[in-house]
Design a protein around this ligand. Sequence first.
Ligand SMILES: Cc1cc2nc3c(=O)[nH]c(=O)nc-3n(C[C@H](O)[C@H](O)[C@H](O)COP(=O)(O)OP(=O)(O)OC[C@H]3O[C@@H](n4cnc5c(N)ncnc54)[C@H](O)[C@@H]3O)c2cc1C
Length: 421
Amino acid sequence: MTQTTTVLVIGGGATGVGIVRDLALRGIDATLVDRGGLASGTSGRSHGLLHSGARYAEADPNGAKECIEENRILREIAGECIRDSGGLFVELPEDDSAYFDSKLDACRDLGIPATELTGTEARERVADLSDTVQRAFAVPDGVVYPSRLVAATAGDAVEHGATIHTHAPVEAMATTNGEDRRIQSVWVGGSVDDEIRAEIVVNATGAWAEHCAAMADVSVPMRPTKGVMVAVPYEGIEPVLNRCRPPADGDIIIPHDEQVILGTTSVAVDDPDEYATDAAEIELMFDECAAMVPALKGRSAVRPYWGVRPLYALDEDDRGTVDEGTGDARGISRDFTLLDHRADGVENFLTIVGGKLTTHRQMAAAVADQIADRLGVTTACRTAEQPLAAADDPAAIDALVDQFDARSPADEDVLTQPDHI
Ligand SMILES: Cc1cc2nc3c(=O)[nH]c(=O)nc-3n(C[C@H](O)[C@H](O)[C@H](O)COP(=O)(O)OP(=O)(O)OC[C@H]3O[C@@H](n4cnc5c(N)ncnc54)[C@H](O)[C@@H]3O)c2cc1C
């Protein structure tokens, strides 16, 4: 029996759930499917930095502005999905002091609050910080718990009328023939095991966007890059620690309650589902992060994990961020791209790629604005003002995490355990 919906969103990471929440709040009927649990893609395998924008300030002011705007909004609406840790950018003797100065100036120009500290003042905030830290500046970085953010957003979407199916992979799409093709139906396996017909189909599958688009004979070239993160038992670090140097391996330490998450790297991969993982990558995180916090040396990893960035190849080419020689593909900009596939001859198909966890709400709003426009719906976006329904109750959020099978390596140490464990 065929199911119908106005908008079908494929992919239940932060972007996809953000889109169905936004649509639901505008009264637009929407269904989301994910091949696994929610957050089982990149969102649940990210580092979990709620960017203040400082990381991008000097090189990508637009990206930095998006981050500080969304940072402020998520603090208002996302309650216990966010930890207000603050962040420090620290300078070590081998770091370029001109880089520190230009980043600090850029933050101030962009309105990102930034307070310069001496090395001693920085160590008063983080006792274990290296004696060699010469100076630092404090910014409003924070921590996002991705499983919670995705589950709470999904729960809010359902409360406002959206339908969400987990373990429901899109396996095929049927399109009409001729010049103005349309996606007529989408075959969804697993828990749905049925055909879904929608007026508009959204590809929010992140690093898997190329494969998903190919089912409608549309080309969306992706250039995914993997990054390693390492969870380590460690207490006593309150702010996020960023090494103040151009983005490099192992330059961020994210604090959780009783662990820190060290990361990360950026290496091009061919397939977001199959890539090599190497113990040397884990060791590298200890070596690099111990430059900021020497006591990390000799600690053990309790949970190494890898994630894959959903980078759109054409944007990366524009930015010239890939070093063909080394395969290092660390772009300093993570802006997003919304593709309307009318340009490719498919009338009712959109793809959203790139972006960050921090900016997922803004990405979702861009998609929902376009859909509302097409459907003639004039209700404005409300996601920036309306808090997520369960946001202030960690137990309620964690019940949603279990309901949507959203437990992920990025934050499983902070989630309350289900009753049966
Ligand atoms: C190493 C690393 C560190 C990062 N750190 C940060 C950070 O600190 N701060 C920050 O803001 N951002 C960070 N990011 C970026 C951020 O994690 C991503 O941009 C964001 O999570 C992408 O979300 P998404 O919803 O677009 O994609 P995803 O979360 O990958 O969601 C896509 C979903 O599509 C589903 N899917 C795929 N194919 C199908 C199919 N055929 N049918 C149904 N479903 C399908 C997948 O299961 C997946 O759940 C990091 C990324 C990486 C890789």
